[in-house]
Design a protein around this ligand. Structure first.
Ligand SMILES: Nc1ncnc2c1ncn2[C@@H]1O[C@H](COP(=O)(O)OP(=O)(O)OP(=O)(O)O)[C@@H](O)[C@H]1O
Ligand SMILES: [Mg+2]
Length: 260
């Protein structure tokens, strides 16, 4: 826990430093301004893989899709109320359904509501979100954070869903906590938010209690959604997670894998 708090403090200090660097901000504005959707590469992927991974782009109308419609409507209502546009998806521990929820929430918003969705794979230790679509992008966020890569070249349109764009994670990073809490990452979030008023940015993150990655990043986003696994997530750990996430606005919880 001490490690997590240290990372949080370090991230705060880094961000305060970032706020004063006009030159750095200007650089990122240019990066983001160069995003043109017509340049975004389309990758349809494999329907079978998407179905196996419970991804809505490959599924027929169902109660499952309806549940995501209800979820996305509530989330958009709450986000609009506060003029929020960025949301982190996280959980207490592993395998609770964060990535599945992040993807399907994004598809549901892009399909039903007049928003464009940008989904970002921010699980930089295990950047596997693209595999849920059966696609193999060559680069991603880790390349952007480590080097001089044009963001527009990293974006893909997976699953053939209109108004839905993915920024893949890229190669796994060992120093993911530092990268996610870096001024460059926080500036990227700010610029993505400023640039397109009708865009929701969804960040798929690792669990809160396993590493400091999520806590070092969440102060950069407007709100966080906690995925809870029925019969698995422990109440004490959930309370601890909610407390730790008080550095942002916890918008709510989603009960996943519910049996009833
Ligand atoms: N509602 C659901 N019903 C049944 N299975 C589900 C549901 N949601 C997710 N799963 C399955 O649970 C597993 C874990 O899901 P997912 O990868 O989305 O979790 P995660 O929280 O992102 O995991 P990690 O902590 O590794 O990032 C996957 O096999 C996924 O298909
Ligand atoms: Mg995941």
């Amino acid at each position: 826990m001490e490690k997590i708090q240290q990372a949080l403090e370090r991230a705060r200090q880094q961000r305060e430093g970032a706020g004063t660097s006009t030159e750095a901000r200007q650089g990122h504005v240019e990066d983001v301004q160069s995003i043109v959707y017509t340049r975004t590469q389309s990758m349809e992927g494999k329907s079978e893989t998407q179905r196996e991974n419970r991804i809505l782009s490959a599924m027929e109308h169902s109660d499952y899709a309806d549940a995501f419609k209800i979820l996305s409507t509530q989330i958009i209502q709450r986000m609009e109320e506060h003029q929020w546009s960025s949301i982190a998806i996280t959980s207490v521990g592993g395998d609770e359904g964060k990535t599945t929820t992040a993807i399907n929430l994004g598809i549901s918003i892009a399909k039903e509501i007049e928003y464009t969705v940008l989904l970002v794979d921010t699980n930089l230790r295990k950047p596997e979100l693209h595999t849920y679509f059966g696609i193999k992008p060559e680069r991603g966020l880790s390349d952007y954070l480590q080097g001089d890569v044009d963001l527009a070249d990293l974006l893909v349109r997976p699953g053939d869903v209109d108004h839905f764009v993915l920024l893949p994670g890229g190669a796994p990073l060992m120093n993911s906590t530092e990268m996610l809490g870096s001024p460059k990452m926080c500036s990227l979030v700010e610029e993505l938010k400023d640039r397109y008023p009708k865009r929701i940015i969804i960040f798929d993150l690792p669990p809160v209690l396993n590493t400091a990655d999520t806590l070092s990043f969440v102060p950069c986003v407007d709100c966080a959604l906690i995925v809870v696994e029925d019969d698995t997530t422990k109440e004490t750990e959930l309370k601890q997670t909610v407390e730790l996430l008080s550095v942002t606005n916890v918008i709510g919880t989603v009960l996943n894998k519910a049996r009833y």
